[in-house]
Design a protein around this ligand. Structure first.
Ligand code: C5P
Length: 221
């Protein structure tokens, strides 16, 4: 069983999806984190596409969701913190627009969800990766609200990034993600839209959890 939440950067997808996963005892999958890990491989390949595509064939990206934290590994090295740096954020949309990269990440995700019940968040999950998802949500919020949320998140991790840098980064990413040729950011026709600027977090989590609960077979609920 797979439920998806798509939406632009900072719309509240990942914190909501994690809280829903924890409430219902299902797995959480952060597709953006996988794109970020692949971007790190690109950066470490000195932005050389030939080296990068070779690397992509030989490395193994894996992930685990434990205690409300999505851990990502390249081979056996954990990169969960490194993938959140602005260095990666500034390159990720360019890397995600490469068809080889989306094919790689989509394969990783499809393999994972065969074995458990998942809620995943991303940009193109409802439209392209999981068109037959059991339920789809699309989250939106004003740019300023999204940037302030991202700022708080990054500051709590010790980053000294400014609001202006974040505003620039997420507006550029939104623009690239929505205008790319293959599978741009877009609400699926059958997705439920939620404007998170006007929702209290707990209400949002409760709303989505109650919609999904009847579909969940496993564990705590
Ligand atoms: O969710 P997050 O902001 O970490 O995603 C980073 C980037 O990864 C996005 O801006 C987008 O370029 C890419 N992405 C994507 N498709 C997804 C998830 C993320 O192209 N399903």
């Amino acid at each position: 069983m797979i439920v998806v939440i798509d939406g632009p950067a900072g719309s509240g997808k990942s914190s909501t999806a994690k809280a829903v996963a924890d409430r219902l005892g299902i797995q959480y999958l952060d597709s953006g984190a996988l794109y970020r890990a692949v971007t790190l491989v690109y950066i470490k390949s000195n932005l050389n596409r030939t080296t990068f595509f070779d690397q992509l064939k030989s490395i193994k990206i894996s992930f685990r969701y434990i205690d409300s934290f999505f851990h990502v590994y390249i081979n056996s090295e954990e990169v969960s913190q490194e993938i959140r740096t602005m260095n990666v954020s500034d390159k990720v949309s360019e890397v995600a627009s490469m068809p080889e990269v989306s094919a790689y990440v989509n394969r990783l995700m499809n393999d994972a969800v065969k074995h458990d019940e998942y809620i995943a968040d991303g940009r193109d999950l409802g439209t392209a990766v999981f068109p037959n998802a059991a339920m789809k949500f699309f989250m939106i919020a004003e740019l300023e609200t999204r940037a302030k949320r991202r700022l708080l998140e990054l500051k709590s991790q010790g980053s000294n990034v400014t609001l202006e840098q974040i505003l620039l980064n997420i507006s550029e990413r939104d623009q690239k993600d929505s205008s790319r040729k293959a599978d741009p950011l877009r609400k699926a026709d059958d997705a439920i839209e939620i404007d998170t600027s006007s929702f209290i977090f707990e209400e949002q989590v409760g709303f989505i959890s109650e919609k999904i609960r009847p579909l969940v077979k496993s564990k705590t609920k």
